[in-house]
Design a protein. Structure first.
Length: 94
């Protein structure tokens, strides 16, 4: 599953309960920067936001706004691309 926030592309593997992020606008050596895979316990989503709960009690969480065309949160005027060659290359190095 892939979710877009204003600063990252979030990739979730629900079978392994792990996620990684591909940072937007951060390129090193011609490749987008990707975080390591990290365990999560639950993903909570609504129409404007999503939260990644990092522990079973939900006390440690990462919360983001969904990025969208003409985004109200970051002022971005274009939607980010979905899986493409660049995203697949970044995932291959994660």
């Amino acid at each position: 599953m892939i979710l877009e926030s204003c600063h990252s592309t979030w990739v979730f593997d629900p079978q392994r309960m792990e996620f990684c992020r591909i940072l937007r606008h951060v390129v090193v050596g011609g490749t987008r920067v990707t975080t390591q895979w990290r365990r999560y316990y639950r993903l909570v989503e609504d129409s404007r936001t999503f939260a990644v709960e990092l522990d079973p009690s939900g006390t440690r969480r990462l919360r983001c706004f969904h990025h969208a065309e003409n985004c109200r949160e970051c002022g971005g005027s274009t939607a980010v691309s979905r899986i493409d060659e660049e995203l697949q290359a970044a995932l291959a190095t994660a």
